[in-house]
Ligand binder design. Structure first.
Ligand code: ATP
Ligand code: MG
Length: 449
């Protein structure tokens, strides 16, 4: 991009000559013969540099500088002056004038000064743009990514967040489906209401039903107290149905009804309660594909799929890998009170060559390990046996634990109850551990072995 330079001088001949010089140096020049005209043509988003003579009738160069400061103190101003103004020059520089060039000047001197000023301005503008983007993407839950797919995704999110349309989010594990669902909620008027999440894959059918629809006392054995269902609880907010592909068939029928009628009937009642509903559902498989859909109802799929957002796997948007890695490493360094480590060639290579089957989640764990100074064996390239010696005990224990959990899930076909019983840990601990190790329960569903 050519940087615009606004050139101000009441001496028209000199103005024309200087304009030519700067044009040849590659700048985009607009000329003004008075400070008043010049200030009128500026605003705070002006991406360039102002070069002005000091001695001018009416508004002089110093006054023009003062007015520009009021508009945007970071627009660089280069002042041009005759001999003998050294004291003034020193004061002006202190006040924030970018540079002083004395007449008659060597053209190189002016060009260099303007070039540096232009670079500085570009940096300022770039920083502002990044900061604005970060603000947009709301501090604590950023959706990072500058790949085309992510830019498009963010655009879509912004467009549909504040509509009441139901959304189906698909993507492999760890691609950011929950992040997207949360943003849809936060960027909508519904942010005042609750964001209510239910993982349809983690609960047995009966629990799902009473969780979703609520129940009256005595609706079924064990239902002692009345329970407000999550659908109702989400009224005015957002209902996030995670792993919707695992919703039991019975519940699917009821859910379809809820989506169509926008009302809910708690178990054990005939009462019909209207709900102000917005559903965001997430699936790891393409429900539009009959082969992947399994026993998921086609009609429910079409009902949910008013708008669908597909988040591509990380390996299909490799441009985002360094960006995400940088973000996670910085966050981890802050959290663990460590310095950001230098990137070794091996780590860089791993970043660009690894396929990231666990997607963004895997990458974030990787970044944390690097910050903690653990050289993962896939990076150290030292081979398994050698690596085992180099790996510190805590990490070996971690890996061992992850392996046991995977093994247990595998042998119970992903069944949570059975795995819990086999491992002898509380449910919450179990889910925490899955999360920490990046283990996805549904990967083991129905595959006993
Ligand atoms: N674009 C992104 N920018 C920053 N963080 C991200 C991004 N995508 C995902 N993450 C982070 O990666 C982790 C996994 O994301 P998330 O839980 O949304 O994935 P998911 O698609 O729901 O995965 P799963 O299917 O396994 O539940 C989270 O810690 C999330 O904050
Ligand atoms: Mg998720």
């Amino acid at each position: 991009m050519t940087i615009p330079v606004h050139l101000v001088d009441d001496d028209r001949d000199l103005l024309r000559a200087t304009a030519q010089t700067l044009q040849l140096a590659g700048f985009d020049i607009t000329t003004f013969t008075s400070g008043r005209e010049a200030i009128a043509a500026l605003d705070e988003d002006f991406p360039g540099v102002v070069v002005s003579d000091i001695r001018m009738p009416g508004m002089d160069g110093l006054e023009l500088f003062a007015q520009i400061q009021g508009l945007d103190a970071e627009i660089p101003v280069v002042l041009v002056t005759g001999h003998g103004d050294i004291a003034m020059a020193v004061k002006a520089i202190k006040d924030g004038v970018y540079d002083f060039v004395t007449k008659p000047f060597a053209t190189d001197r002016l060009i260099q000064s303007v070039r540096r000023a232009a670079e500085k301005r570009s940096l300022v503008m770039e920083n502002r743009r990044l900061r604005a983007a970060a603000r947009d993407v709301e501090g604590d839950l950023p959706l990072i990514g500058q790949s085309r797919a992510m830019l498009r995704l963010r655009d879509m999110l912004r467009q549909i967040a504040d509509t009441d349309v139901d959304v189906l989010v698909t993507g492999e594990t760890g691609t950011g489906k929950e992040v997207v669902a949360t943003l849809l909620h936060r960027w909508s008027r519904r942010a005042k209401g609750h964001f209510v999440a239910l993982n349809c894959g983690a609960l047995p059918e009966q629990v799902i039903e009473s969780e979703l629809f609520g129940h009256e006392p005595g609706a079924f054995t064990g239902a002692q107290k009345k329970r407000i269902g999550r659908i109702e609880h989400s009224s005015g907010g957002t209902l996030f149905l995670d792993e919707i592909e695992s919703m039991p068939p019975e519940s699917q029928v009821r859910m379809l009804r809820v989506l169509e009628m926008r009302e809910v009937t708690p178990l054990g009642t005939n009462e019909v309660r209207p709900v102000d509903l917005r559903v965001v559902a997430a699936a790891k498989v393409d429900l539009g594909d009959p082969a992947q859909r399994g026993d998921f109802r086609e009609d429910l799929y079409y009902r949910l799929n008013v708008v669908s957002l597909a988040i591509p796997p990380l390996r299909e948007r490799r441009d985002d890998v360094p960006l995400l890695f940088g973000y996670f490493a910085e966050r981890a360094a802050k959290r663990f009170g460590r310095d950001l480590p230098q990137l070794s060639a091996a780590v860089s290579r791993h970043l660009s060559e690894h396929a990231w089957p666990g997607n963004v989640r895997e990458l974030s764990h990787f970044a944390e390990r690097i910050v903690l100074g653990m050289q993962p064996e896939e990076v150290s390239g030292a081979g398994k046996a050698a690596a085992a010696e180099a790996v510190p005990l805590p990490e070996r224990l971690e890996r061992f634990e992850a392996e046991i959990i995977r093994e247990t899930l595998r042998s119970h076909g992903g069944d949570v109850q059975q795995s819990l019983a086999a491992l002898g840990v509380p449910r919450k601990t179990f889910y925490d551990k899955l999360q920490r190790h990046g283990i996805v329960r549904s990967d083991y569903a129905g595959k006993k072995g």
